[in-house]
Ligand binder design. Structure first.
Ligand code: HEC
Ligand code: HEC
Ligand code: HEC
Length: 138
């Protein structure tokens, strides 16, 4: 009696251990929520400044990495900014952010300027830079 109880307990413990290994093994292969940058991407060229939030696009808008990578954007901040055509004209033509921000898949690029554009003041606030509007120290 006692012996069979111990055997059952042993099998139970082994099952849990094996399950643990099994789950860890699969967690690594699950690409769905692959690590994405949690900090805002801030563009400063040609104008200061425009923000892009991975968290919002992935968690709220439910997008996959390949909605943007690597056809629309490289996985390297600063790449688009090196292109001479990273402009509103391109967005209106359906390039870069304009691939979705066309008034169809997402709000149009010729509306709500200030949702994407945080401006110089917004940029300074983000980086705790003193001065600018009404400057003075406390
Ligand atoms: C809606 C578009 C969009 C989606 C979806 C998206 N990204 Fe990005 N990602 C960007 C943009 C824009 C940049 C900046 C590219 C640039 O500056 O040229 C970027 C940059 C990156 C970078 C480089 C960051 C750095 O500091 O250099 C990584 C890494 C990255 N993305 C990973 C991911 C992963 C992983 C996913 C999916 C979980 C994902 N992205 C989904 C738009 C997107
Ligand atoms: C693959 C499609 C796609 C691309 C590319 C894309 N977006 Fe979006 N974006 C969306 C969707 C969908 C929403 C949510 C629906 C809406 O707000 O109209 C959204 C919402 C937003 C919002 C409002 C939410 C917030 O964070 O406050 C901003 C700002 C934004 N996008 C900026 C950008 C910028 C800047 C780029 C380019 C660097 C970009 N997006 C590229 C699909 C996209
Ligand atoms: C979906 C996000 C988004 C919206 C909405 C948006 N912009 Fe932009 N804008 C960008 C991006 C991305 C750039 C290029 C990066 C940079 O300059 O920092 C840019 C660049 C610019 C530039 C400099 C390049 C050029 O085309 O001359 C101006 C000016 C500009 N935007 C004005 C506006 C105005 C005005 C509106 C509203 C009518 C607006 N933007 C709406 C994302 C947006």
């Amino acid at each position: 009696m006692k012996r069979s109880l111990i055997t059952i307990l042993l099998i139970f413990a082994l099952t849990i251990a094996v399950q643990g290994i099994f789950n860890i093994g699969f967690a690594g292969e699950d690409e769905e929520d692959a690590d994405y940058p949690t900090e805002l991407i801030v563009f400063t060229q040609p104008v200061k400044a425009v923000v892009f939030d991975h968290k919002y696009h992935i968690e709220e808008a439910g997008m996959d990495c390949d909605s943007c990578h690597d056809d629309t954007f490289e996985q390297a901040a600063g790449t688009a900014e090196e292109n001479g055509d990273f402009t509103m004209k391109s967005l209106y033509e359906g390039k870069y952010c304009g691939a979705c921000h066309d008034g169809d898949s997402a709000f149009a690029s010729n509306t709500k300027c200030a949702v994407c554009h945080i401006g110089v003041i917004g940029y300074n606030k983000m980086h705790n830079i003193e001065g600018g509007e009404g400057g003075g120290h406390h």
